[in-house]
Structures are given as C-alpha cells and as structure tokens.
Ligand binder design. Structure first.
Ligand code: HEC
Ligand code: HEC
Ligand code: HEC
Ligand code: HEC
Length: 411
C-alpha cells in the first residue's frame, strides 16, 4: 500500500514540474500531442492515475511485460529499453503508437494489441512510478568515445605538412595551399589521386594508405584553418590576368572565391601551382571537361598572368562550421529532454540511464526515418555516426534523477 500511495504522488509531482517547466521555455511541437488526434488532456491520463490504477498496472506488467523489460522495469536484454521511472504520458503515448502501428515493432505490436486503453494507462503509470535504473545498468556495448573529427584530421594531416605547410598554407612553389577549399572539393581531389584519375605519383603514394574517413577528417581540418595567401613568388602580369579572369568569374567567383563546393577557390593559391594546373588541363595530364576546353586557348604567358592575379587575392574562409562536440549537442538535446536527459515534461522521454544499445538503436531509427518523429528527425539529421555513439554513451551514463515526491495526504 505504501508503494502505491507513493506512486500516486510521484506522478502528481511530475505534472507539477512539467507545468513549471513549460512556463520557462516553449515546449516542442512534439510536446503538444505528436501522436495525433486525441487531445492533450487525453494524452496525460497516465499522469492522473490513482493508487488503484498503479496496482492494476503492476499486475499487467508482471504478467505480460516483465519477461522482456525485466523485473521492476530494468531490462537485461539488448535492444529492450528500461521502463522504470520513465515519464508516464510518454509511456502511454508510445504504447498507443505501437498499438496503431505508428511505431513499428513486431514484439511490441503483438503484445499491446489485445490490451484496452485503460490497461495501457495503468501499466504506463506503474512503470513511471518505479525507481529509475542506475547508470551502471546502461549495459550493452560500451562505445569508446569517437575521436573529434577535426583533431583526427589534424593528426592525419601531420604527414602532409612538410609540403603543404603546417596549417595548409604552402611555402613551396608548385605545391598547392589546401586552405580556403571546400571539403567536398578536397575529398574529390584526394580520391582522384588515389584512383589514378588525377595523375601525380607523389600524391597517389601519400594517400594510398589513408582511409576514406580520414580523407573527410583531413578535408574538414584544412577547411577550418584560417586562410592566408601562399607567400610564394608570382611571376606574371596581374593587370593582364585580371582582364582575362572575366572569363573565369562565373565559376571561380569575382575575387577567386567559389561558392560552389565542387569548384575550387583559387584566391591566394600558389601561382606556380595554378599555372601548372592550367598546363595540366591543356596537355591532358589533368582531365576535366570544363577546364580542358577553357585551358586549350591559354598560352603560357596568359596562364602565368591569370595565376599571378589570383595568387595575389586574399583567400576567404570556407563556410564550413566546426562540428559540435558531444557536450554542445547534449545542451541542445536537453532543451527538450531535460537537464542531463532527465525530462520534466511527462510527454517527453527521459534519456538518463537508458540502455546504451537501445539509445543507439533508436537514434539510428530516427535518422533513417524508420521511427517517425518530426522533432527527432530534425534533431538527428545533423548527427554523424560518431555523434550518435557518443550521445548514446553520454546519456546512458547520466544519473537518472531519483523521482522526488511530495507526500500527499490520503484522500
Ligand atoms: C517480446 C518482448 C517484449 C514484451 C513482452 C514487451 N516488450 Fe515492450 N519493448 C520490447 C522491445 C524490443 C522494445 C523496443 C522496440 C523499438 O525499438 O521500438 C520495446 C519498447 C517498449 C516501449 C517503448 C519505450 C521507449 O522508451 O520508447 C514501451 C513503452 C514498452 N515497450 C512497454 C511495454 C509494456 C507495457 C509491455 C507489457 C504490456 C511490453 N512492453 C512488453 C520488447 C517487449
Ligand atoms: C612530397 C610533397 C607532398 C606531400 C607530403 C603531400 N603532398 Fe599533396 N600535393 C603535392 C603536390 C606537388 C601537389 C600538386 C599535384 C598536382 O599537380 O596535381 C599536391 C596536391 C594536393 C591536393 C590537390 C589540391 C588542389 O587544389 O586540387 C590535395 C588535396 C593534396 N595534395 C592533399 C595532400 C594530403 C592530404 C597530404 C597528406 C596526406 C599530402 N597532400 C601530402 C605535394 C605533396
Ligand atoms: C564552367 C565553370 C568553370 C569556369 C568558367 C572556369 N573553371 Fe576553373 N575549374 C572549374 C572546375 C569544376 C574545376 C575543378 C576541376 C577538377 O576537379 O580538376 C576547376 C579547376 C580550376 C583550377 C585548378 C585549381 C586547383 O586547386 O587545382 C584552376 C587553376 C582553374 N580552374 C582556373 C580557371 C581559370 C583561369 C578560368 C578562366 C580562364 C577558369 N578556371 C574557368 C570550373 C570552371
Ligand atoms: C524539439 C524537442 C527535442 C529535441 C531538441 C530533442 N528531442 Fe529527442 N525526442 C523528442 C520527442 C518529442 C521524442 C519522442 C518522439 C517519438 O514519439 O518517437 C524524442 C525521443 C527521443 C529518443 C527516444 C527515447 C526512447 O526512450 O525511445 C531519443 C533517444 C532521443 N529523443 C534523443 C535525443 C537526442 C540525442 C537529442 C539531441 C541530439 C534530442 N533527442 C533532441 C523531442 C526532442
């Protein structure tokens, strides 16, 4: 009896907290009945469950759910979430989603199909009333934090610094600077060397052993470095180059800064490299449909003039932003899911101390659209594979706030 009195007050408290919280920030659209037709009051029924409902819920849970979700809602099975201490309205909404097929899972679909609505309310209230799991119950595979891609790129790029300069600003005539270039272009260029489509023995052997993920990391690292002009000499007539460059501006930009990720910026690039690239397009040693045609009509002195003009222009930073760290992502997640993933809205799930394998699985499901939620689709869109693993690991190891309760006088 003690337990059920407590449960009743727990849910009452959760609701109070939610109301307090929603005064402070605008809850997501998701908080307002994503699941559909029923009104918000209806969605909150599990929050208003009474002590008797919780006792009934316990009976259902022990008979039907405990085999998978564990005794007292602490799961020991991979891919099966803990339910203990989860927010009551959220549990109820998800049960309804399984029942209607809006959330697809055959095990859950078959289990909830025979249950009526009032049983769903009661079993949700029961699980919400239980003590949440400890972070040690996170279980599943323990992800070792994925390295920061920029840091990984910097490390991989240390092999390139001898020729391309410490932060991608070349000091060697004939060797290009790698700053101010979109990562998409850099990755394509590196792949072209690797495949032999772009011919250069040095670059082919330099990149032979570099994995694709490191190509991306390297490109990201250079794209985030502060660009500056290559301090190499530029023989050629800049003024003549400027006139000739009118033909190039449509693609490479007025000032040599391209806005198209597949077209390289040329501002501040080493002049000797620019001239040799044009020569390469002309003699066929570098193949590109567009540039081959354009370079065909350039003689050696026009190439040098164009090179001198572009080399003298200031390069610009790319519009690539530094990816968020796990801590920065988590701040964004916490706006809906509560501090350290402890939701104060009974309709939004707590993430703290959830199983790591389950969090990982559902985040992937949101990303692929297999599990549908407009809020989570938008939030997970920008997550990389590494972000998903790191966030799952982060939340699995947060302490689930022990549910505080105010003793209510018996009615
Ligand atoms: C045969 C095993 C099995 C049984 C029995 C079962 N579940 Fe589940 N349950 C699962 C699995 C697996 C998932 C995760 C499915 C997914 O990814 O959508 C799940 C997910 C859930 C979720 C979603 C949790 C969340 O955090 O989104 C709820 C709520 C739930 N179960 C409640 C119940 C209740 C209540 C019962 C008993 C009436 C029950 N389950 C019985 C296997 C089971
Ligand atoms: C021994 C000197 C040397 C080293 C070391 C070297 N490069 Fe290069 N790199 C060059 C030269 C020379 C070119 C110009 C080749 C050409 O004409 O196609 C070049 C071209 C490139 C380009 C094409 C740039 C553009 O604007 O199209 C990229 C990208 C590049 N290197 C990346 C790298 C990376 C990444 C590493 C380290 C893993 C590396 N390079 C190591 C000498 C070097
Ligand atoms: C229709 C669009 C277009 C026009 C116009 C154009 N370019 Fe290009 N340019 C490209 C593309 C695309 C590439 C990348 C090709 C590749 O991957 O080899 C490129 C590559 C280059 C490169 C190699 C840069 C590097 O980092 O390796 C140079 C140099 C260059 N262009 C100079 C010029 C000059 C000079 C003109 C004017 C005479 C010109 N381009 C006009 C599209 C254009
Ligand atoms: C705008 C509000 C909002 C933000 C921000 C948000 N979420 Fe969610 N999240 C939701 C909603 C609503 C649901 C329930 C959706 C459903 O029914 O599938 C949810 C569900 C989840 C679930 C499923 C939990 C379970 O028990 O099945 C996970 C995991 C999750 N979010 C992780 C995250 C992470 C990680 C971030 C940050 C990258 C994040 N969320 C940011 C609103 C949000």
């Amino acid at each position: 009896m003690k337990r059920s009195t407590r449960a009743f007050s727990v849910v009452a408290f959760t609701l109070a907290a939610a109301i307090a919280a929603s005064a402070g920030y605008t809850p997501s659209a998701g908080a307002q009945g994503v699941k559909g037709n029923a009104g918000a009051d209806d969605d909150l029924r599990a929050v208003y469950a009474n002590a008797g409902d919780v006792v009934d819920g316990k009976r259902i849970a022990e008979g039907t759910c405990a085999g998978c979700h564990g005794v007292l809602g602490i799961s020991k099975l991979p891919g099966v979430p803990h339910l203990a201490g989860q927010r009551p309205a959220y549990l109820y909404l998800e049960l309804r989603a399984y029942q209607s097929g809006a959330r697809a899972d055959s095990a859950m679909g078959n289990t909830v199909k025979p249950l009526n609505d009032s049983a769903l309310v009661k079993v949700a209230a029961y699980y919400a009333s239980l003590d949440p799991p400890q972070p040690s119950a996170a279980s599943g595979k323990q992800a070792s934090a994925k390295p920061d891609p920029v840091q990984a790129g910097k490390t991989a790029a240390s092999a390139c610094a001898g020729c391309h300069g410490d932060a991608g600003i070349s000091k060697i005539p004939g060797t290009p600077s790698l700053v101010g270039l979109d990562p998409k272009y850099l990755v394509a260029a590196m792949k072209a060397y690797k495949s032999g489509q772009r011919k250069n023995d040095t670059m082919k052997s330099m990149l032979a052993a570099v994995a694709d993920v490191d190509l991306s990391n390297i490109a990201l690292y250079y794209a985030l470095q502060k660009p500056a002009r290559a301090p190499t000499p530029a023989a050629g007539d800049q003024a003549a180059g400027k006139t000739a460059a009118a033909a190039c501006a449509g693609c490479h930009g007025d000032k040599g800064v391209s806005t198209n990720p597949s077209i390289p910026s040329v501002a501040g690039q080493d002049a000797e490299y620019l001239a040799s690239a044009l020569r390469g397009y002309k003699d066929g040693s570098r193949a590109d449909e567009t540039m081959t045609g354009l370079a065909a009509s350039l003689d050696e002195s026009s190439a040098k003039n164009l090179a001198a003009f572009y080399a003298n222009l200031p390069p610009q930073p790319t519009n690539v932003r530094k990816p968020l760290t796990t801590a920065e992502w988590a701040q964004r997640c916490d706006r809906c899911h509560g501090v350290s993933g402890n939701s104060t809205d009974p309709r939004l799930p707590t993430l703290a101390s959830q199983r790591v394998d389950y969090l990982d699985k559902v985040l992937h499901a949101y990303r692929t659209g297999e599990r549908k939620s407009p809020q989570m689709a938008a939030m997970s869109e920008g997550l990389t594979e590494g972000d998903v693993e790191n966030l799952a690991d982060y939340y699995a190891h947060q302490k689930a706030r022990a549910v505080v309760f105010i003793p209510l006088p018996a009615k």
